[in-house]
Design a protein around this ligand. Structure first.
Ligand SMILES: Cc1cc2nc3c(=O)[nH]c(=O)nc-3n(C[C@H](O)[C@H](O)[C@H](O)COP(=O)(O)O)c2cc1C
Ligand SMILES: O=C(O)C(=O)c1ccccc1
Length: 388
């Protein structure tokens, strides 16, 4: 079923005719400004901030400016075709919501994970639900409706807990497991170090752990009785520094599609493919983990080549529909949206996140129309020119 995402523009025209202006910002700069004003300062700096002096985070965004789409005329791109086939599922568009661990805190009521799931239900844009969630994964999955969800695993040092998370995710109805490899320890984040704001250390976003019988079995007293001890235990089990020797074990945990997140080096991609993963996710965690790195977009072509036809998910720095189009042209099978939907959520809960997703899709759709690339198959590297 082809959807006309550009119709969002028509809706806005019609409202303007009636003298009603959009409730939410139409471009990313203003979205950011308004989210900054709407969020408590510590949550804002946690979400907006990154590693070191944030050079990698900025470079992620700037990298998109070095590519441009070459327009083609007389194409008659009246109908655009954005649906994609991914892991045996047909998705209405190539966008995904990237996992955001503190998304709970971005919503006024503290239930941003559920609000995100509802935005997924309304748009058909899949949610990748983080392990670090304010609500249990079962509740998040239930709020997704018919839209597929993926569960993002931070692999605990306790293997039984890891296995149990994956089992729970399958039972809850998630359609794939995304294992994040770049964050078994958090990076050097000066903003959080100066504000002292580590939401996880206050027990936020640990619902998946605190409600889990395997996690609780490792505690002397329940988290409801002794939060400090539970958080301390969480710091001990949070992140296993995995090696290639662990990949067969990870693979054995599930028959769901297994996707590994954080791959940038082509050799790592080849090894992951040889290890039996179903997809790779090219990302540098939005520059939150290691500063001094390469822009994620610049490593994408090497990842795509090494993936040898395996699906390649991509995120880090996507701020517009134009950015999404460029990542798709460079070979991404699907594009993850990160901070922008968190900002939408901060401004207007589910409605705000839906607005951000519809805006990105409308812009991508209209670029494909105007520039004469009506289908995703038309978006190939040759459609782009390097600007500088
Ligand atoms: C506040 C915040 C929390 C995040 N939490 C997680 C997480 O729990 N798991 C994960 O795999 N990635 C997490 N990420 C990384 C995102 O999935 C994604 O890689 C990143 O946001 C992309 O960069 P961008 O938002 O600048 O486009 C988080 C990102 C942000 C901004
Ligand atoms: O903030 C993040 O990006 C993130 O993924 C994370 C990881 C561990 C603890 C808290 C957040």
């Amino acid at each position: 079923m082809a959807q006309s995402y550009g119709s969002y523009q028509e809706e806005i025209y019609l409202r303007a005719l009636g003298g009603v202006l959009p409730e939410f910002p139409m471009e990313h700069g203003e979205l950011e400004e308004r989210a900054r004003a709407a969020l408590p300062p510590s949550v804002w700096s946690y979400v907006a901030g990154g590693a070191g002096d944030e050079q990698t985070q900025r470079a992620n965004v700037d990298a998109f400016g070095r590519w441009g789409l070459m327009p083609r005329m007389f194409v008659g791109a009246k109908e655009r075709d954005l649906p994609v086939e991914l892991f045996g599922m047909r998705l209405p568009s190539p966008l995904l919501m990237a996992p955001i661990g503190v998304i709970g805190l971005c919503a006024q009521d503290g239930h941003g994970d559920l609000a995100t799931a509802r935005a997924a239900a309304r748009t058909g844009v899949p949610m990748i639900a983080s392990t670090l969630s304010a609500d249990p994964m079962e509740d998040v999955a239930a709020a997704l409706g018919d839209t597929p969800g993926f569960f993002q695993l931070y692999t605990p040092t306790d293997r039984d807990l890891a296995a149990h998370f994956v089992q729970r995710a399958k039972r809850a109805g998630f359609r794939g497991i995304v294992v994040t490899l770049d964050t078994w320890v958090t990076g050097w984040r000066p903003r959080d170090l100066s504000t002292g704001n580590f939401p996880q250390l206050r027990g936020h976003c640990l619902a998946n752990y605190f409600g889990d019988p395997v996690f609780r079995a490792g505690l002397e007293r329940a988290p409801e009785e002794d939060l400090g001890a539970a958080v301390l235990r969480w710091t001990q089990v949070f992140g296993a520094p995995l090696t290639w020797d662990d990949l067969p074990w990870l693979r054995s945990l599930t028959d769901l599609p297994l996707i590994v997140k954080g791959l940038c080096h082509p050799e790592d991609v080849r090894r992951a493919r040889d290890g039996g993963v179903d997809g790779v996710y090219c990302s540098n965690h939005g520059g939150r983990q290691a500063n001094g790195g390469l822009p994620a977009l610049d490593v994408l072509p090497g990842v795509v080549e090494a993936a040898g036809g395996l699906p390649v998910l991509f995120d880090s720095g996507v701020r517009s529909g134009a950015d999404a189009v460029k990542a798709l042209a460079l070979g991404a099978s699907a594009v993850g949206i990160g901070r922008p939907y968190a900002y939408g959520l901060a401004l207007g809960g589910t409605d705000g996140a839906v607005h951000v997703l519809r805006t990105l899709l409308a812009e991508a759709d209209l670029i494909m129309a105007v520039d004469g690339y009506p289908t995703l198959a038309d978006l190939v590297p040759e459609a782009l020119r390097r600007v500088g």
